[in-house]
Each structure stands twice: as C-alpha cells, then as structure tokens.
Design a protein around this ligand. Structure first.
Ligand code: ATP
Ligand code: MG
Ligand code: MG
Ligand code: MG
Length: 480
C-alpha cells in the first residue's frame, strides 16, 4: 500500500507490481480514466478502469469527489503527465458523491473564487490550491522547530489563558467562567471582571513574550509557538483574530544579535520549504505569476514568486534606523501624485503599512529591518537607548507583506523598567513576577515575534491571510 506521493516518486521501480492506492476522485474522464489524489502531493495518479473488467454498477458510482480504494498493476504511462499509471484490478467505492449534490459545492471542478472557497473552508482541503498551501504551511512549521532545536533552543509553552496583557494594547478576548446571566457587579453597577477566573481577571493571550522572557532568564534560549488572540475589529488582509506566533527569547543577547538571528532564521525556514515543497511551490508560483500579470503595472511585483523567494535568500536584509527611514519617506514620491495617503508627519509618528511597503518594495527592493523606534510608539518593555528618546526595537518588513516580525532588546534595568511602567500607567504590583527576573540576576536579553500566517502568505504568494490558515477567525467568520 502506497501513498500517492511515494508511489509517484518510486515511479518505474514499481513497474508490473500490484499496489493498493486510496484517494478521492478528482476527475473521471471518458468513463475510463480516474485522476486520484490522496492529499500527499499535488500530483494525481491515473487509474485506468477497463469497463470489461467491472460491473456497470461500480463504474456508475465513480464520480468527482467519491473515495476509492484500488488494487491495480503499475504500468508505464503513455500520456505526458506521469511516468506511471495503474490498471485497476479491483475497485472498492468507499464513499459515493452524487453528482447533483457535488454541483452545489466547491468540489465541482471549475474555477471558484477565493471568497466562495472560504465559505466552504471544510471542503477547501480537497482542492489543489489549498492542498499546496497547507503542505507549505506544514513544512514551514516543521522547519521552525527544526531550526530552533538544531540551535539549542528549548521549546516552552506559555499560557493561553492569562492575566497579563503583554502589549497593553487592549485588544483582548475576555475569558470568564462566571454565569453570564448573573455577573458580579461593583458598587457602581459595572461588571466586576476581577472575579473572572476564580477571582482573577483573565484574557486569551495576545503574546507569550513576558512569560517567555521569564523562561529565557533560566533556560537561556527558548521559543514559544502557539495560538495568539487579538480582538482586531478591522477587516485587513493581514490580521486575524486567532493566529499562530513564534517567539524566540534569548538571554545574553543584544539587538544586533537579534537582527542576525531573525535574518538567519527567516532564510533557513524559507529555503527549507523551497527544498521540500517543490511541486506545491511550482503550482503556487504559476497562480501568483498569472495574478500579477493581471494587475496594473504600478502594483505588479517585478519578480515571480520563486524569483522573489530566491532574492530574499541571496540578499542581505537592509538595516536602517527609524530616524533614517523617516528622512527617506519625507523625500519620497511614492506614486504619480507624489504623496502617501497618510503623509509622514515627521519624527515620532508611527509608520503606516503603506510607508513600510514603500521602503521594501520601491526604495530598497529587499527585506528591511527598521530599528531604534521612538519610545512613545513602542511597548513599555523595550530597552531605552542612551539618547533617552528611542528604544531598541526592530521590525522586519517583507515585500508584499509589510511587518512580518516585531522584536526588541528588553529593558533589563529594574529602575528604568519601573520608570517606564509608571509612564505607561502599568501597575508594577500586577507584574511582580516579571519584575522578579530583573531583581534576581538580570541580564541583557532580546527576542522577537513572527506571525506564522504572514510567513505563509509570503512564501505561498497568496494575497489574503484568510487563505493561509485552515479556519480563519475574523470579525465575520466563526462558522466552523
Ligand atoms: P501590525 O502592526 O501588523 O498590526 P503588530 O505590531 O500589532 O502588527 P506585534 O504585536 O509586533 O504585531 O506581533 C508580532 C507579529 O505577529 C507581527 O509582526 C505579525 O507578524 C504578527 N501579527 C500581529 N498581529 C497579527 C494579527 N492580528 N494576525 C496575524 N498576525 C499578526
Ligand atoms: Mg497590531
Ligand atoms: Mg506593528
Ligand atoms: Mg509589531
């Protein structure tokens, strides 16, 4: 019994052998040729059904989307597609798929829009496109674990239900075990959320960083890789309410080392996926390149998907301070009108994604690492620079994506951290455990957060983050 991927890889070595293959029918041509796929590869194997050998009742049950178990003999294929095909000796129809019912679904073999495919996310796995995307996603996840484990990192799991709001951004999902019909109230009648979780206010994690830092201040090099939740009430193609984040955290590590790590890591995982998903990426590249040709010249990517990936692997990321970036942006003419939608307001303002993408796609044409941001626009835990105005933050910006990684060197000096918390209105009592890492043997340390789905977007060339996660969670999407 062979998976179709292994079967096609062995190819002619299997000639004349009897094999068992299982799969779903992608098409049944001339009542004779079944294209069978089992999800292991983008390629189908052709099963030849000679009708003189089969009951008409069996042949009638074979149709698009039906599932089969076939015993057959491997022979050389005369068609152009694969080296081999299978002459069926026995066919078991495991599950039929009546044609009139398939008609109303995305299983019907024709072009469906990505929106339609999204509405039937539970069936998308059967399509070539989503098969390719999810195998690439898997390969990237595996490469991530491989990279860190080969480099001495310890994988730690940080809590999903937590009392801490790492970013102070307030985009949190509340978690409660209270009876919603009988919520405890404070004296002025407001819901008393402090009673949430057996007497403590809790939310779903927005980042495992603060807990990850405490692990690094003992284990040295750690990474977390888990689901992350943000109540993003906006409809962008780059934000999900539930996404997967990879967060390495390293003790005795400064921002320059952090930038080196981010670049080396990104190149490793991208090159791993390119090596291990050649067929899938060739298919995705075809889709991407065709889509680019349909765009107006100004929006078109100059490089095809594979060229773009290779370009990232073969070129150094540009490193640029926030201050230098603002200078460049003030002087740029991004389009015919010569203006950004949100003009750069000068030093101190947060960059919009149009600014980030301009730097990457038009100005440098390579990934960019921006560092040393104004302290006011970044989180409280980032290390203050000697200038007293900027912090040791970094954002890695990628073409077609914008921000893909956010990271920093962390403030290791307790008195500076306390000062910062005060400024940001954070109660030091609540973060007593975080402060402890600075009280007992504090060391310089750094880390970053990568959104898995933004990485998958980049590698697959897909345009919408909803199409690179099996079941996207966005404001209007919690069906499955
Ligand atoms: P953005 O500016 O795009 O909203 P952020 O600065 O809020 O991102 P961080 O808090 O720095 O994000 O999180 C680290 C990384 O997690 C980001 O660089 C990005 O890759 C990813 N990320 C953040 N928010 C989301 C989201 N809502 N959906 C998917 N990925 C996300
Ligand atoms: Mg955000
Ligand atoms: Mg950001
Ligand atoms: Mg960020």
């Amino acid at each position: 019994s062979y998976g179709i991927k292994a079967l096609l890889e062995k190819g002619k070595d299997l000639l004349q052998q009897e094999v068992v293959v299982n799969g779903w029918v992608r098409s049944f041509r001339s009542n004779r040729f079944v294209a069978l796929n089992d999800g292991s590869t983008i390629n189908n194997v052709q099963v030849v059904v000679d009708f003189e050998n089969f009951d008409e009742s069996i042949i009638k049950q074979i149709s698009t989307a039906a599932s089969l178990s076939v015993i057959g003999v491997v022979v050389e294929s005369e068609g152009a597609g694969q080296e081999i095909e299978i002459i069926a000796k026995e066919i078991k129809v495991l599950g039929v798929a009546p044609s009139d019912e398939v008609q109303g679904t995305i299983l019907q073999p024709k072009q469906h829009s990505l929106e339609t495919l999204r509405e039937q996310a539970h069936l998308r796995f059967r399509t070539n496109l989503f098969g390719a995307i999810f195998r690439v996603r898997n390969s990237l996840m595996f490469a991530i674990h491989k990279y860190f484990n080969e480099n001495g990192f310890v994988y730690v799991n940080t809590p999903i239900i937590t009392g801490s709001d790492a970013e102070g951004a307030g985009e949190m999902f509340h978690v409660t075990n209270l009876d919603v019909n009988n919520l405890p109230r404070t004296e002025d009648g407001a819901v008393d959320y402090t009673q949430d979780f057996f007497g403590k206010s809790t939310n779903l994690t927005v980042s495992g960083q603060l807990e990850g830092e405490t692990a690094a201040m003992g284990l040295g090099k750690v990474y977390t890789f888990g689901p992350t939740f943000r109540a993003e009430n906006s409809n962008t193609s780059r934000h999900l309410a539930e996404f997967w984040m990879i967060e390495p955290e390293i003790a005795f590590f400064d921002l320059d080392q952090n930038m080196d790590l981010a670049e080396d890591f990104m190149k490793y995982v991208i090159s791993y996926a390119m090596e291990n998903c050649k067929d899938d990426l060739a298919f995705l590249a075809q889709r991407y390149d065709k889509e680019q040709q349909g765009k107006p010249a100004a929006e078109r990517s100059e490089l095809g998907l594979i060229e773009r990936l290779e370009y990232v692997l073969n070129n150094q990321f540009v490193r640029l301070s926030y201050t230098e970036a603002v200078e460049i942006l003030k002087e740029s003419k991004p389009n015919k009108k010569g203006k950004f939608k949100y003009p750069i307001e000068g030093w101190g303002a947060d960059l919009q994604s149009e600014h980030e993408r301009y730097l990457v796609e038009k100005h440098f044409k390579t990934p960019v690492i921006l560092f040393d941001y104004p302290a006011e626009i970044k989180a409280f835990y980032m290390r203050m620079n000697e200038d007293g105005k900027t912090v040791r933050a970094m954002d890695v910006l990628f073409p077609g994506i914008g921000e893909i990684i956010g990271g920093s060197q962390r403030e290791e000096r307790l008195e500076v951290l306390d000062e910062k918390m005060k400024k940001f209105g954070i109660d030091p009592e609540e973060l007593w455990w975080y402060r402890d890492t600075r009280r007992f043997g504090t060391v310089p340390h750094s880390g970053f957060g990568l959104g898995l789905e933004r990485l998958v977007l980049f590698v697959t060339g897909m345009g919408n983050i909803r199409d690179v996660i099996p079941f996207p969670r966005t404001p209007n999407n919690a069906e499955f």
